[in-house]
Design a protein around this ligand. Structure first.
Ligand code: ZN
Length: 465
């Protein structure tokens, strides 16, 4: 009998890796993501399955916690096929190369310090290099389009549907025949928010004998998106009108493009005061380029932009800042700028030097538009720090700090349940990709709303399907 095993994103949010082993020996790995935050040390362990035995790797989308350990698969002997949408392949390349680059930088720093202590042998090598990423990407690719079934083998197909989470994201239906009867398994991947500015709402699913569903926000209902957009606009307008600058720490994929869309919308409606807008993140620039290549997959609002002036993420006064030198030059501008820079949680990246130059000035504003994890500089500021330490300097926080919570790339509890309710036939439900406390609440909500039992998947647990 076929079975599933999860080697990540079981009772945690990161490290997605779910293995489907069919009775005929075929093995399909759904995602191969990096562990992040508290579980990071798990990345350095060997993969818990034999990579050489895997026939297919299916990517639901290109976030690091879904694709980030894939180059290790190649290093450990995987030579099968990779199935994903075209934008996912392209964004995954951007994400994996960025990850290789960050690991190399971190290694160099640790190595230098260890050398001075005479302990250079103690420094852990990076998990993989840019060359390993490229090697992984030489494997045979199968390009998925939404709604079109791909035959992998006799009696084994996959179909991707729009998940509305980031560009190229999909929920994936795997169909196979076992003992003469057809089985359907659906993997939700990460499901998007139905009011996403940049992407259309997720497709409705049809049927599943088994559903593996994410539960990141299974415990909560998001704030209203319209209220959040209003709050964003007001903060931008008021800050620019008082001669200040707006700093927006942002994630490179999806959130950055949402911000660009909102600013373009303001510009179009003549709501945006005269200003210069800087997208100061090489990774966000690369990601935006991929979004620009697949504009037909974007939201109705983006289609409107496209019809009007032929561009979604471009408008007067928007500048893409590629070099570090150009980034530092922004510091010379006294007022009237909007600076979008990484990293999203402020634990690195160009946002730090902008903080150094702007945080002490009360005319400026910082708008946090994404989740700030515990232990990050972003969290410290959001929680009301009066000073921060940057580049061996104490910096006073006088700028106004705004946290806008309504932007989310994930469906909330109500949306997840509505999505499940839209199945015409739904068999067993398994919860993955969520913190256990939240999964327990989600499980209760599923019981109450849909009168359905759901099982919270354990790491490594064998589930016969
Ligand atoms: Zn994701």
């Amino acid at each position: 009998m076929a079975f599933m095993q999860s080697f990540g994103a079981a009772k945690v949010v990161t490290g997605s890796a779910h293995l489907l082993a069919l009775e005929n020996g075929t093995k399909i790995l759904i995602d191969c993501g990096m562990f992040q935050g508290q579980n990071e040390e798990k990345n350095s362990k060997k993969l818990e399955f034999n990579s050489a035995e895997i026939d297919y790797v299916v990517f639901t989308h290109a976030h690091l916690d879904h694709v980030g350990r894939s180059p290790l698969l190649f290093k450990e002997g995987f030579r099968g096929q990779v199935v994903a949408t075209r934008p996912t392949f392209e964004l995954a390349r951007v994400v994996m190369l960025d990850s290789a680059h960050l690991m190399k930088e971190e290694y160099r720093q640790h190595f230098r310090k260890a050398q001075r202590r005479g302990e250079e042998n103690s420094v852990k090598q990076p998990l993989y290099s840019a060359e390993d990423v490229e090697s992984f990407l030489t494997l045979k690719k199968r390009y998925a389009s939404y709604g079109k079934t791909i035959k992998l083998q006799k009696d084994l197909t996959v179909t991707f549907y729009n998940a509305g989470h980031i560009l190229g994201s999909a929920f994936v239906e795997v169909r196979y025949v076992e003992k003469g009867s057809e089985k359907h398994i659906v993997f939700s991947g990460d499901l998007g928010n139905e009011n996403d500015v940049v992407l259309p709402a997720p497709d409705n699913p049809q049927e599943a004998d088994t559903l593996y569903i994410e539960s990141t926000y299974g415990d909560r209902i998001h704030k209203d998106i319209d209220a959040s957009i209003e709050e964003f606009k007001t903060t931008v307008i008021q800050t620019l009108q008082r001669g200040g600058n707006v700093l927006i720490p942002s994630f490179a994929i999806e959130r950055t493009q949402e911000i660009l869309c909102m600013l373009k919308f303001m510009h179009k409606n003549r709501e945006l005061p005269v200003c210069r807008i800087f997208l100061d993140s090489p990774m966000a620039i690369r990601a935006t380029r991929v979004y620009n290549k697949y504009t037909e997959e974007l939201s109705p609002l983006c289609q409107e932009f496209l019809n009007e002036d032929g561009a979604v993420f471009d408008f007067p006064n928007l500048e893409f800042v590629k070099t570090q030198e150009a980034s530092r030059k922004i510091n010379d501008i006294k007022s009237g700028t909007i600076i979008i820079a990484g990293s999203g949680m402020c634990n690195g990246g160009r946002i730090l030097h902008h903080f150094k130059h702007r945080l002490w000035n009360k005319a400026n504003a910082v708008i946090f538009v994404g989740f700030q994890a515990k232990g990050t500089l972003g969290r410290e500021i959001v929680e009301g720090a009066q000073w921060i330490h940057l580049y061996h300097e104490k910096i006073k926080i006088a700028a106004s700090i705004h946290t806008i919570n309504g932007f989310s790339a994930h469906a909330d509890q109500r949306e997840l349940i509505e999505w499940m309710d839209s199945f015409e036939r739904l068999g067993n439900v398994y919860l993955i990709h969520g913190e256990e406390e939240k999964q327990i609440l989600f499980k209760e909500a599923i019981k109450k709303e849909l009168d359905k039992k759901a099982h919270i998947v354990e790491m490594g647990e064998k589930i016969y399907v």
